[in-house]
Ligand binder design. Structure first.
Ligand code: SAM
Length: 281
């Protein structure tokens, strides 16, 4: 019997019984594995950390995309940093009003491996509005002169190639290339275990120092450490609750499995211990 085991803390492991080990590659940036499992279907890992699985990927990808799109349905130009599995792009391509999606992923191997072995998330990548660039997101935001309405930072944790995507320099450049009413969404780690909680605090401190509106919202993602995961919503103009226009994706007639208007509003209601951590930095 084979198991994939991810170390959540020095004292807690998360294990998944696997049917088969489908693919393995040492890319120039990280170790990539794809597995098939009994309960979660296919999943892939980067440097031993589960990125996405067939059973719960919808939660992360719906929450990272539909939340900003329902606050400013006028979004036309979008930048996705990371997100090599294509899940965020898939959700974005559901909006006919979006004109251009640039996806900047450091590791082309992630995209190619997902297109072959983890196709549930890759369906939007061939949409003609999507341009893929394989480079470091930190350098891209530093050098580009393009202006975006929405930036989605769909990154790995701040170790290895993802480290630069949690720096003040990165957030400053995101601010610079966002339109006057631009929105920045980032995967914001987790409040529960110490390691992710420290990263959450550091990211929040940097983002609040730059953006007039900087909120945090949550989702329940069973396969991420502790299951309690956060996203950052930072904006130059829009408040995610006051300016919420109702679920735009519902209006368009696309079925969602997690996101809806109630979830949108409720997701910004944080537990006290999380609020305290975000204030006492
Ligand atoms: N939804 C999943 C999650 O949150 O765990 C998947 C995240 S997605 C796979 C993260 C992607 O970010 C990876 O494919 C990784 O290669 C990419 N990435 C990491 N550092 C990056 C950087 N500096 N620039 C661009 N992409 C980066």
């Amino acid at each position: 019997m084979s198991w994939f085991t991810e170390k959540w803390t020095p004292n807690i492991n998360f294990s998944v019984r696997i049917k088969s080990h489908i693919y393995s590659e040492t890319t120039p940036f990280q170790q990539l594995e794809v597995y098939d499992s009994y309960e979660l279907g296919r999943f892939f890992t980067l440097d031993g950390i589960m990125m996405a699985n067939e059973k719960d990927e919808f939660i992360y990808h719906e929450m990272i995309v539909h939340t900003p799109m329902s606050v400013n349905p006028g979004i036309q130009n979008v930048l996705v940093i990371g997100g090599g599995d294509g899940g965020s792009v898939r959700e974005l391509t559901r909006y006919p009003s979006i004109e251009k999606i640039d996806m900047v992923e450091i590791d082309e191997s992630v995209v190619r491996a997902c297109q072959k072995h983890f196709q549930i998330t890759t369906t939007g990548l061939t949409d003609p509005r999507v341009s893929m660039k394989f480079e470091d997101g930190l350098l891209y935001v530093k050098n580009t002169e393009k202006i975006y309405d929405l930036i989605i930072v769909d990154s790995t944790d701040p170790i290895g190639p993802g480290e630069g995507l949690f720096t003040i320099e990165f957030y400053q450049n995101c601010y610079r290339i966002l339109a006057k009413d631009g929105i920045l969404i980032n995967q914001h780690e987790s409040p529960y275990f110490d390691k992710e909680s420290q990263e959450m605090k550091r990211a929040h401190q940097k983002i609040t120092s730059l953006f007039p509106i900087a909120k945090v919202y949550q989702a329940f993602i069973p396969t991420y450490p502790s299951g309690h995961w956060l996203f950052g919503f930072a904006s130059k103009k829009y408040d995610p609750i006051k300016d919420f226009k109702g679920s735009k994706i519902e209006e368009l007639g696309y079925p969602t499995k997690y996101y809806n208007s109630d979830v949108h509003k409720g997701s910004f209601g944080l537990p006290n211990y999380v609020k305290e951590k975000l204030v006492k930095i």
